[in-house]
Design a protein around this ligand. Structure first.
Ligand code: VG1
Ligand code: CO
Length: 544
């Protein structure tokens, strides 16, 4: 085995989005494409030589091939030691936990999260830093800049493929490789945070639940914890075997894509609790018996009940949410006298707040919730938190929510996505909105008066870094809100996201369907942004 240098023509499209570089598998498979990004990453990491990296992915198509390439390049670039999840598997939160536990220099996660997999699906790669969290923008920008000028990469030639299934340690040249159990450390971490005895008793007492792993990475984790440690009957975890193409499904835990679970939970046979996670295990959906918990409400409820979990017995020091996430969390924070932060979309913006101990809990409307236990959102963690709350309060999901709304008011919330629309049209639509911002305040539209209209920007309170153009917000006098934003995780065309929110303090009006309660805002959004004309779409692709 010797180090070989390959000459390449630089790629100009390796800019990481909201969560790493995501492209079609075939795009990644073009000669030298993955290698270019990996080399750009290594070149951007000062002091990498001799250090430890954690490597793993969500098991999607091409996961193991990519890991072989990364190992050959890590060895050629002087990495000291790599820890690889057995079978190439590591959920995103488990990878984050391992980076922290082993005090690694960082980690490489292979995932396109909830995007479909398979030869015609998506692939993705991202770098996480030594705190276990997604690389901050400074680093992702540096990686992109490096890729744009990169003309060569280093790789070990004639390397035999490594057997990723065999636990144990061996050498690749001067680099040590350890194939580790991807699940066990994560299970121990969860057992430290939650009251497993109480959850076990609840399950023994006849509480019935289902967890849909969507043929993605959480299968082995959920089986080990929910059926193994907590003793739920076998079959509680469905679609538990990770498949390279997620069984042809779209591993996004929402009412549209988690079909089997949703059908059950909105039927006469519904169980007490239903939950699902996404491709890489960082998202969660929480359902009760014929009841859906919006991710924004879930964050607020967890903050309200945080002391019920032993790992958080002291309560929270503060909480954060991404800007498009509803303000339900803010009301709990205000009641408890806790600082509440509003960040741009994407988990990387929570990292500094968590590291500086300004917040304990954070979340996003996009089915993401997490805490200071790792530096990623964590799907299974959120599910266990809910089970812990239900076990402690001895109430149903619906009762917990209705009690929450009666104390804090209800925030009706919905997101309408227009997926894979023409990029030019989407940019034109956003530009049109942007141009009208200065004249919007004070205007009356369909009976609603606009209080403030701006484009969200964020100055990180810890390192003062600035991030602009994070979504157009229209705030109305009655506290309602519409946000327009373009997705940063798609791999084809553009996706317009429209976030709709209305606060309802009156308990008499807490039983409405969200789409009904938001109907006038939905109309105003279309009118303001001219969505139907501009995008040529009559209805959203996905409503959550
Ligand atoms: C989406 C969500 C965002 C989330 C991101 C990564 O980003 O809106 O809240 O952090 O996905 O989640 P965007 O830019 O497409 O809106 V995951 O589960 O893909 O790591
Ligand atoms: Co994900």
């Amino acid at each position: 085995m010797i180090v070989q240098t390959h000459q390449i023509t630089p790629f100009d499209d390796q800019k990481p989005g909201t969560s790493g570089l995501r492209k079609r598998v075939r795009h990644f498979q073009q000669p030298h494409y993955l290698q270019s990004f990996v080399q750009a990453m290594f070149d951007s990491l000062e002091g990498l030589a001799g250090q430890t990296l954690v490597i793993g992915g969500d098991g999607r198509y091409w996961n193991c091939e990519a890991i072989q390439t990364i190992l050959a390049m890590a060895a050629a670039n002087g990495v000291g030691r790599v820890l690889v999840g057995q079978g190439g598997i590591l959920s995103t939160p488990a990878a984050s936990a391992l980076i922290r536990h082993h005090q690694a220099f960082g980690g490489i996660i292979l995932s396109a999260s909830h995007n479909p997999g398979g030869p015609d699906g998506d692939f993705g790669i991202k770098y996480n830093a030594s705190n276990g969290g997604p690389a901050p923008e400074k680093l992702t920008n540096a990686i992109f800049a490096r890729a744009c000028e990169l003309t060569e990469y280093r790789i070990m030639s004639d390397m035999q493929p490594v057997d990723l299934n065999l636990l144990g340690q061996f050498q690749l040249g001067a680099m040590s490789v350890e194939i580790i159990d991807p699940v066990s450390h994560y299970v121990e971490l969860m057992a430290r945070l939650f009251d497993f005895d109480a959850i076990r008793d609840m399950l023994l007492g006849g509480f019935r639940m289902q967890f849909d792993a969507m043929h993605a990475v959480t299968g082995p984790y959920a089986k080990a914890i929910i059926e193994g440690v907590l003793g739920a009957p076998e079959g509680t975890v469905i679609n538990a075997v990770p498949l390279e193409d997620f069984g042809g499904g779209h591993p996004d835990p929402n009412l549209t894509y988690a079909k089997e679970l949703t059908a059950l939970q909105f039927s006469p046979d519904a169980l007490d609790f239903g939950a699902a996670s996404d491709g890489d295990g960082d998202r969660n959906m929480i359902l009760g018996n014929n009841f859906f918990v919006t991710p924004s409400d879930s964050l607020a409820v967890i903050l309200d009940n945080i002391h019920l979990a032993p790992g958080y017995a002291k309560g929270a020091v503060g909480a954060a949410r991404s800007m498009p996430t509803s303000a339900a969390m803010d009301r709990v924070a205000q009641f408890k006298g806790l600082p509440a932060y509003e960040t741009p979309t994407g988990w990387k913006f929570f990292g500094n707040l968590l590291d500086a101990d300004r917040i304990t809990l954070c979340g996003e409307e996009s089915f993401g919730t997490g805490s200071n236990h790792v530096r990623e959102k964590d799907g299974l963690w959120a599910v266990l938190f809910w089970l812990n709350i239900l076990a402690a309060r001895r109430q149903s999901v619906q009762e917990v929510l209705e009690d929450h709304w009666s104390r804090y008011g209800r925030t009706y919330y919905s997101r309408h996505d227009y997926e894979e629309v023409d990029s030019k049209s989407a940019n034109r639509l956003m530009e049109g909105l942007r141009m009208r911002l200065p004249v919007l305040a004070g205007q009356k539209i369909a009976g609603q008066v606009i209080d403030l209209a701006d484009e969200f920007g964020y100055t990180d309170p810890i390192d003062n870094s600035r991030t602009d153009k994070q979504g157009v917000r229209i705030l109305f006098k009655d506290g309602s809100r519409i946000v327009f934003r373009l997705s940063g995780t798609g791999s084809q065309g553009a996706t317009l996201r429209v976030y709709l929110e209305r606060y309802e303090p009156d308990p008499e009006r807490h039983g409405l369907d969200a789409q009904e309660a938001l109907a006038d805002l939905i109309r105003i959004a279309d009118q303001m942004a001219e969505i139907r004309q501009g995008l040529g779409r009559e209805t959203p692709t996905v409503i959550t």
